[in-house]
Write a protein that binds this ligand. Structure first.
Ligand code: NAD
Ligand code: TYD
Length: 361
């Protein structure tokens, strides 16, 4: 039988890449994109598949029980993949409430609906699967002076930001529904993604956009915080693999051993963008060290050993290639950037960066 994926948050960065991936990777598939279309959701990411008979979009909020129940009835999904979330740490520091409501409340609502619709009279759930797209940020922060220390699936959860606290809470609820009701759940915890369609509030697309505009490149604190970067398509492959072949009830870390400091990333972007558009005015003098993020996690580093050993997953896109593809995509799609950064983005930028002093002040 043709499997139907109900993908929440499919108009966002990773969700839209995941839908494009599914439709490329499988002929025999149906994909339903359920998205509330917040500031981060953009249907333009999916114009190439709009006319595809295998694909449908419904605008709805994962917190809305009635709407979710109706969607389950309409599409009878075999799989639910929950990407829908508020996803930006800086916004969570400024306004935590919606992170609790969407990331925790929305997830619990989806779990309740999945359970109510999928559970048979004998308490079993057949071949259904619910996959929660969690994050490595639930583990908290690693020190810089222990480079061999990595997050494994057994690392205790110790989130610091309102964003990561809400994701950790959702992650725990998902596993509680597995343990308590036998709901067939899976959790992936991935490191930082980059690639096409990422909203320019996140480090890499923000720096590409600002560099092209000759605007300051705001590096928080000393710029030595480390993130473990994975090309988005590699994450999408991992999610589909875990859904189809992962062991129910398990957590899988996803990452590519590609740790870099923020300042390294920003310098790479400056160099590559300057070269790509042949503009020597794009140089390191644009870099501005600004006041650090509150509670800024120092380092994330993930061990993907379990998904490699159990499911044979490995990243396929080396960073050099991924960053070149990403920069090329932003250069080729200035209208996309223009549209998503007009209007409300200006207010956001002013609020986040307007009165941010220089680092150390
Ligand atoms: P994003 O902000 O680009 O997209 C989120 C999407 O969810 C948007 O389309 C938005 O409209 C939608 N959404 C928000 N609230 C909703 C609601 N109440 N109901 C329905 N839809 C709603 O985020 P992203 O970077 O694509 O991240 C997707 C998921 O992956 C998130 O759960 C995030 O925590 C997780 N994740 C992200 C990264 C990363 O580096 N970006 C890494 C690991 C895990
Ligand atoms: P971000 O892309 O927001 O992802 P996350 O906080 O989820 O890891 O930020 C990545 C890193 O870049 C993080 O250490 C914060 C830093 N950063 C800056 O230095 N300047 C910026 O303008 C932004 C958005 C992030």
């Amino acid at each position: 039988m043709t499997p139907t994926y109900l993908v929440t948050g499919g108009a966002g960065f990773i969700g839209s890449n995941f839908i494009l991936h599914l439709l490329r990777a499988h002929d025999d598939v149906r994909v339903v994109n359920v998205d509330a279309l917040t500031y981060a959701g953009n249907l333009e990411n999916l114009t190439s598949v709009e006319g595809d008979a295998r694909y449908a979009f419904r605008q709805a909020d994962i917190r809305d029980a009635e709407a979710m129940t109706a969607l389950f009835a309409e599409f009878d999904p075999a799989y639910v993949v929950n990407f829908a979330a508020e996803s930006h740490v800086d916004r969570s520091i400024a306004d935590p409430g919606v992170f609790e409501s969407t990331n925790v409340g929305g997830t619990v609502n989806l779990l309740n609906v999945a359970r109510a619709v999928w559970e048979r009279s004998d308490g079993t759930f057949g071949d259904h699967r619910y996959l929660q797209v969690s994050t490595d940020e639930v583990y908290g922060s690693l020190p810089l002076d222990e480079p061999d220390a990595l997050f494994t699936e057994g690392t205790p959860l110790s989130p610091h930001s309102p964003y990561s606290a809400s994701k950790a809470s959702a992650d725990l609820f998902v596993r509680a529904y597995g343990d308590t009701y036998g709901l067939p759940v899976l959790v992936t915890r991935c490191s930082n993604n980059y690639g096409p369609y990422q909203f320019p509030e996140k480090l890499i697309p923000l720096m590409i956009r600002n560099a092209l505009r000759h605007e300051a490149l705001p590096v928080y604190g000393d710029g030595l915080n480390v993130r473990d970067w994975l090309y988005v398509e590699d994450h999408c492959r991992a999610i589909d693999l875990v859904l189809r072949e992962g062991r129910v009830g398990e957590v899988y870390n996803v990452g590519g051993h590609n740790e870099r400091s923020n300042i390294q990333i920003v310098r790479t972007i400056v160099e590559r963008v300057s070269e790509a558009v042949d503009d020597p005015a794009i140089d390191d003098s644009l870099i501005a060290f600004v006041t650090d993020r509150k509670g800024h996690d120092r380092r994330y580093g993930i061990s993907p050993e379990k998904i490699r050993a159990e499911l044979g997953w490995a990243p396929e896109t080396p960073f050099d290639e991924g960053i070149a593809r990403t920069i090329d995509w932003y250069l080729a799609n200035p209208e996309w950037v223009e549209r998503v950064t007009s209007g409300a983005y200006q207010d956001y930028y002013e609020r986040m960066y307007g009165d941010r002093g220089t680092a150390g002040n």
